[in-house]
Design a protein around this ligand. Structure first.
Ligand code: 8YV
Length: 331
């Protein structure tokens, strides 16, 4: 038969995924559970037919410029491709694929979790029973949060994840509002009883909770800028399970510290894995809930993501167009 493609996988993946990769490919696995170093990445793109990176790898133009003639495919293990220079890859005839759909519902669950957790103070409450577990007893005025149902949720980015968040939130009695580059299909608007806001500014000013669900691109960098955050109501909350760069994090911190925003639930950060110590302080005060990028972190989801990566690789090496091709943004 044909020679198996040399597939370099940058991170340790769940066992069933690695086993399957080993069966199908000449798979070079990373046995240590740490990101590859820059020299390791350079060696990988020089040699490999396929690179399987994750969000912890920076696949920029400089790295792609060092790719060998063999490199045909960058099959990202993950949905967002903001860490990959897709244009630079296209210029070198290197295909880029991602793993859409399989992490939509998991990420929407995590988003809904934060929407419930922050206003209802779940983490603070659980904290009371940590340590010595001493609880002074119930009181009518103690641990009061804010009601979720009946509130207005504004979704920034109504793609697959945004829509899945909207479905959940509607079932919890929130009214659904969204801002997106394009209006979604009327059937979806009807199903969700969703209100479209062409103006992000106007939507921000009228919502109780904002959920960020758009991709990170040059156009969405600091989309929630200091000026826009200042439009939000002081009693409102913001939840981000997309990418840290979409919010001006320093401005968000100042807004919460000054009481101009009620709080935030963040699964992603501007300088991951570094987290601004001011955010950690705010978490200690119960103003924010911080999660270490767990939106899609389910064992089932990771196995599905592995399956997607495998299908993309096999399809390309069978001479067809892989199902999850990511095209460069149009200039
Ligand atoms: C993963 C994600 O953390 O897919 C994404 O865009 O943010 C998460 O699923 C990551 O992508 C794994 O590479």
């Amino acid at each position: 038969g044909r020679k198996k493609p040399l597939v370099v996988i940058t991170r340790k993946l769940p066992d069933p995924v690695e086993t399957r990769m080993r069966e199908l490919f000449d798979a070079r696995l990373n046995v240590e559970d740490r990101p590859m170093t820059q020299p390791e990445l350079v060696a990988a793109v020089r040699e490999a037919d396929v690179l399987v990176p994750t969000i912890t790898d920076r696949i920029d133009a400089a790295l792609i410029a060092q790719a060998g003639d063999n490199l045909k495919l960058i099959a990202n293990f993950g949905n967002g491709v903001d860490h990959i220079d897709v244009e630079a890859a296209a210029r070198r005839q290197v295909t880029v694929t991602n793993t859409p759909n399989v992490l939509t519902e998991d990420t929407a669950d995590m988003t809904m979790g934060l929407i419930l957790t922050v206003p209802r103070r779940l983490v603070e409450g659980a904290g009371v029973l940590k340590g010595d577990g001493k609880w002074e007893g119930w009181s009518p005025t103690w641990m009061l949060g804010h009601r979720i149902w009946g509130k207005r949720l504004g979704i920034v980015g109504m793609g697959r994840i945004g829509t899945a968040v909207a479905r959940r939130a509607k079932a919890f009695g929130l009214s659904i509002h969204y801002h997106n580059r394009h209006r979604v299909a009327p059937a979806i608007e009807d199903e969700l009883e969703a209100t479209y806001w062409e103006s992000l500014d106007q939507m921000l000013a009228r919502m109780d909770i904002i959920s960020v669900n758009c991709p990170s691109t040059p156009a969405t960098f600091h989309l929630l800028s200091a000026r826009r955050l200042a439009l939000m109501q002081p009693a409102s909350y913001i939840v981000n399970t997309a990418r840290g760069e979409i919010i001006d994090e320093a401005a968000l911190i100042e807004m919460i510290r000054e009481g101009r925003l009620a709080g935030a639930g963040l699964d992603v950060f501007e300088h991951e894995p570094a987290v601004n110590p001011k955010l950690v302080k705010l978490a200690e005060k119960g103003k924010v809930v911080l999660l270490p990028h767990m939106g899609s972190a389910t064992i089932e989801g990771r196995i599905d993501m592995g399956d997607k990566v495998i299908i993309n690789i096999r399809t390309l090496f069978d001479g067809h167009r892989p199902p999850d091709r990511v095209l460069p943004a149009r200039a």
